[in-house]
Design a protein around this ligand. Structure first.
Ligand SMILES: [Zn+2]
Ligand SMILES: [Zn+2]
Length: 153
């Protein structure tokens, strides 16, 4: 359900949750609630579901759900995370760590998950928020310098 005030830009894109219909806010079916004529209700032109819409990202051509609200000069933008406008000097930070066992025998099956959880836990501790992303896996490789250090173990 999309509540006013609507975003500043004209005619936002919406998605029907029930049938994934994509369209414009103004394309929705528009009626009075029969039980409360003072209240408007909106229907999906494709499946007739009522008041079951999500706002889509306001970036041209992007149909991801709008999950970020960012103040802009003439109102605010509603975008997916990828299209969230970044402040000047604001860049993504990605921390990388390579940790391992040169023999490949120390870590038991399923070690990836608890190690990643430990990193996520410390991220929460340091920032007070959930990480926006956290990837880990066994595909890591060492550069030449790192290989020399590892070979000495
Ligand atoms: Zn629908
Ligand atoms: Zn987007």
């Amino acid at each position: 359900m999309i509540e006013p005030p609507y975003p500043y830009y004209a005619d936002p894109k919406v998605i029907c949750v029930a049938c994934e219909w994509r369209g414009r806010l103004a394309e929705r079916l528009d009626a009075r609630n029969p039980f409360d004529p003072g209240v408007a209700c909106y229907g999906c032109p494709n499946c007739q579901a009522i008041d079951d819409f999500l706002l889509a990202c306001d970036e041209d051509g992007c149909w991801k759900t709008a999950s970020c609200e960012t103040p802009a000069a003439d109102g605010y933008r509603q975008t997916c995370r990828k299209h969230k406008p970044r402040r000047q000097g604001e860049t993504m930070k990605i921390w990388v760590c390579k940790i391992g066992d040169a023999d490949g025998t120390a870590l038991p099956e399923g070690s990836d998950l608890p190690m990643r959880q430990a990193v996520e836990e410390e991220y929460r501790h340091l920032t007070g928020k959930e990480p926006d992303f956290c990837f880990s896996g066994w595909g890591g490789e060492l550069n030449e310098v790192e290989q020399k250090v590892a070979a000495e173990k």
